[in-house]
Design a protein around this ligand. Structure first.
Ligand code: B1M
Length: 214
């Protein structure tokens, strides 16, 4: 890959909101296919961001800046990508903060990194009832459900949502990833979910793993 293209990756990791879209535009004018810019420059950049977040080399504000730079790059590419740049190459994820819980900063970070990793994300927002997750899975034909909870008092809603998906006959169609500060791998096991994300990058790793095994 030429220096110009690897610069896109570098600027994305650096969270440069102006340079990333400018460089994407330049690359398109130079004849690089939009899909290649996505696959060879932007996705690898976000992979690095996810890794650095996990190892503590990057902190939340820096990760958010990179995620925003990614979205600015996607804005430039989206008309030129067959699926508008938010396609379901890797799968469709329905995500929300569970009923009774209004915390959304961590969940929004998960959304941004999932989109950056090529998933189509249906973000239901906060205070989402089990039946809303069920309807959204049906409506969007989702293959992954993500739930976030920040309060110990709202964690049982994750269990209720898993049960609601089971009762609706959808449990075999979806993989369920849960996370949020009070959530533990043991809890994930107890409620019969499929994956735990200790952080947003961990959630994306799980989603990628499930997309590969689908
Ligand atoms: Co609230 N709050 N809050 N709060 N709040 C906490 C969570 C708390 C720990 C503070 C404390 O007491 N020390 C405490 C919970 C105690 C408990 O239950 N164990 C608490 C409380 C009690 C409350 C209220 C009840 C306070 C009150 O009104 N008496 C109230 C509840 C409102 C409600 O939800 N019904 C309340 C309200 C609020 C605000 C509205 C003021 C605000 C939320 C604003 C918003 O989100 N838009 C708020 C905030 C900001 C916090 C703290 C300070 C910060 C949370 C945060 O955004 N962290 C928090 C204390 C703390 O954590 N230090 C606190 C940054 C964010 C990036 O991290 O969300 O953990 P986090 O996400 C992480 C991981 O958890 C993971 O990835 C992210 C990092 O990459 N992750 C996932 C998250 N979701 C994931 C999903 C996944 C995978 C990973 O897969 C799908």
């Amino acid at each position: 890959m030429s220096d110009a293209y690897s610069k896109i990756t570098q600027e994305l990791i650096a969270g440069n909101l102006e340079e990333v879209p400018n460089l994407c535009l330049q690359a398109i004018e130079d004849g690089m296919p939009a899909q290649d810019i996505l696959d060879k420059c932007l996705f690898p950049g976000m992979d690095v961001v996810g890794q650095r977040m996990k190892t503590g080399e990057m902190f939340i504000p820096e990760v958010l800046r990179s995620a925003k730079a990614m979205q600015a790059g996607l804005e430039i590419l989206k008309d030129k990508l067959a699926d508008g740049g938010r396609g379901s190459q890797r799968g469709i994820v329905v995500i929300g903060t569970v009923q009774g819980d209004l915390h959304d900063i961590g969940k929004n970070l998960v959304v941004m990194l999932l989109e950056g990793a090529g998933f189509k994300v249906v973000d239901l927002g906060v205070d989402i009832k089990p039946e809303q997750f069920v309807s959204a899975v049906n409506e969007h034909d989702a293959t992954i459900v993500g739930m976030s909870a920040l309060l110990t008092t709202t964690m049982p809603k994750m269990n209720e949502t898993v049960q609601a998906l089971t009762e609706a006959g959808l449990r075999d169609n979806v993989k369920i990833i849960v996370g949020g500060a009070p959530v533990t791998p043991k809890f994930v096991e107890q409620i019969g979910a499929d994956g735990y994300g200790a952080d947003a990058a961990g959630a994306v790793d799980k989603a990628k793993e499930f997309a590969l095994s689908a």
